[in-house]
Design a protein around this ligand. Structure first.
Ligand code: ATP
Ligand code: TPS
Ligand code: MG
Ligand code: MG
Ligand code: MG
Length: 370
């Protein structure tokens, strides 16, 4: 685990000042043929091959989207890029550039910020793009405002509103591991348990969550769950691939599968039924859920931040296979509206909402008998 977790040693951001800091950060970003003018001038200039540009933006706020004792700078960079690049992919587009506004206290360790830049650069490289510009400000907490642009390659954008009865629902990527990682990070106490003193990871309630004991997670084969939370790996290439296969509605899963599929259903005016048998739940997810006394299916159905893609498309002819990494998880029905799971209406289970509360691990599971 290469997470570079928070430590107070310097040098600090204020030791460089704004313009040196910009130089140090932007030196870490690669080149891209889509970026005709990159960082350094009053604005960037991107190529727009088909004359139309997909644009999306998302905020990350320390304490709300990440904690520096749970994630290193590079982790936060990966995640900040991933959540925006996944939105570009969810339109069926190929990312062409990322813009990063960073507000930080001057007391932030410089190394953390440079690692953040490295994480942004590395995640952009996974998606075939780079950081083309941004902004810097001082602030009391760390905040990032990230904007991503994309190119549709001449195709129509895949909106949330195009699903039609008879479509199949396809998941590209994974759902659940990020929520499992978050639950583990939340549950793990700072101090090791007393020798012979029962479970090292008591229930989440009553803890001041802090730096995880990654080694003990590795020993259990669960470290990839932490990695999934810190560095989601959206399948960017599958956005345009599903669009090319005829996807007519798509979104990424940021807030939870049922909630985000609910957005597709609502925008399209259709009823979508999900089939839980279709979800692969691996031993690590099951083991971590057993340990924490929750149902792994709750993480799958309500956990956000894996940034998988969900698409609705007409059934494929037998000669055409779904691309690797895709699995059919449901169908668009001809009756009603909203989302059902195995034919039943989920009760008491939502996903992430700001100004509300996360309902993951809620006891009323969607697949519970009514
Ligand atoms: N403050 C805002 N002003 C204008 N439009 C907004 C604002 N906040 C959200 N939107 C728009 O609302 C739509 C849904 O936004 P939302 O943030 O829920 O989607 P998302 O970015 O795919 O999800 P997530 O933020 O969970 O990753 C988007 O089209 C977005 O541009
Ligand atoms: C410290 C900490 N606490 C909780 C969470 C969980 N979380 C935060 S935002 C979000 C949904 C997507 O957000 P948005 O809609 O803003 O893109 C989720 C699941 C976290 N990542 N870090
Ligand atoms: Mg958003
Ligand atoms: Mg989205
Ligand atoms: Mg959200």
């Amino acid at each position: 685990m290469d997470a570079e977790l928070f430590s107070p040693k310097g040098p600090h951001v204020r030791d460089l000042g704004e313009f040196e800091l910009i130089r140090a950060i932007t030196a870490r970003f690669g080149r891209s043929p889509d970026v005709l003018v990159g960082p350094g001038d009053d604005a960037a200039m991107l190529a727009a091959p088909d004359g139309r540009v997909v644009v999306t933006t998302d905020l990350l706020v320390e304490g709300r989207h990440f904690r520096r004792d749970w994630s290193g700078g590079a982790d936060v960079g990966h995640k900040a890029a991933a959540q925006n690049l996944a939105d570009v992919a969810a339109m069926g587009a190929r990312p062409t550039g990322l813009f990063v506004g960073l507000a930080t206290p001057g007391s932030t360790e410089l190394g953390w910020v440079l690692s953040l830049a490295d994480g942004l650069a590395a995640e952009c490289a996974r998606a075939g793009t780079t950081v083309a510009g941004g902004d810097i400000s001082s602030a009391d907490t760390i905040m990032l405002g990230v904007t991503a642009l994309g190119d549709l390659g001449g195709r129509a954008p895949v909106l949330r509103s195009g699903a039609r009865p008879g479509d199949i629902v396809v998941l590209a990527g994974t759902v659940g591991p990020s929520a499992a990682g978050l639950a583990l990070l939340t549950a793990i106490p700072r101090t090791p348990p007393a020798p012979g003193g029962g479970s090292p990871w008591p229930a989440p309630d009553g803890f001041s969550p802090t730096r995880p004991d990654d080694d003990s997670l590795t020993a259990r084969g669960w470290d990839h769950l932490l990695t999934a939370h810190r560095r989601p790996r959206p399948p960017y290439h599958l956005g345009p691939a599903l669009a090319a296969l005829g996807a007519r509605a798509m979104c990424d899963v940021s807030d939870g599968l049922v909630q985000d599929v609910g957005h597709l259903a609502a925008a399209s005016g259709v009823h979508i039924d999900l089939t839980t048998d279709a979800f692969p739940i691996d031993d690590a997810l099951r083991g971590a859920a057993d340990h924490l006394g929750v149902d792994p299916l709750d993480w799958v159905l309500t956990g956000g931040e894996d940034h998988a893609l969900v698409a609705c498309l007409p059934p494929l002819p037998p000669s055409v296979a779904l691309p690797p990494g895709c699995v059919r998880i449901g169908s668009v029905q001809s009756d009603g509206t909203g989302v059902t799971v195995d034919g039943r209406t989920p009760t008491g289970v939502g996903g992430w909402t700001h100004f509300g509360r996360s309902t993951s691990n809620h006891p009323d599971r969607p697949h519970s008998p009514e």
